[in-house]
Design a protein around this ligand. Structure first.
Ligand SMILES: [Fe+2]
Ligand SMILES: [Fe+2]
Length: 147
């Protein structure tokens, strides 16, 4: 059973971000397909990946001075995920399943909103993912989300 399928509608055209998002979908599907015995192992893999995913975007945002609301959303989601992880470990398997059901809708919304705005901005300023440098520092910040 999978929680969600990767589709072109999730693609933002920024390779490093799209690659990470594909892995996010894979990790989520691993959780969805895990039996009770392996759920926490899949959950931990998902958490590890999601922390790296969010940290990567947070670093890009810090490098280009992107507004903090996107990072705050990452922090909120990680708090919920860690809380659910604790409760699953204490025996509340249902809550883990509910999280798996909720995450696809959240991800579609987040990728299509905050991540899309960040991808557009990184592209507009000519952000170099190798060096972390901005090639066009005078580009406008119009695409940044309003916090
Ligand atoms: Fe993302
Ligand atoms: Fe994000």
């Amino acid at each position: 059973m999978s929680a969600m399928e990767w589709s072109e509608s999730l693609e933002l055209g920024l390779e490093p971000m799209d690659e990470t998002h594909k892995e996010f979908v894979d990790c989520l599907n691993e959780m969805a397909g895990a039996d009770a015995q392996h759920f926490l192992v899949a959950f931990d893999r998902f958490i590890e990946h999601t922390e790296a995913h969010f940290e990567q975007e947070n670093r890009w945002m810090a490098a280009v001075g992107f507004p903090g609301c996107h990072k705050a959303e990452h922090d909120r989601v990680l708090t919920v995920i860690h809380d659910v992880r604790k409760r699953v470990e204490q025996g509340d398997a249902f809550l883990g399943k509910r999280l798996v059901e909720e995450l696809p809708g959240w991800f579609e919304n987040h990728a299509g909103g905050m991540d899309a705005a960040l991808a557009h901005y990184l592209d507009a300023v000519g952000f170099d993912f190798e060096t972390g440098k901005i090639n066009d520092p005078n580009a406008s910040n119009e695409s940044a989300c309003a916090c």
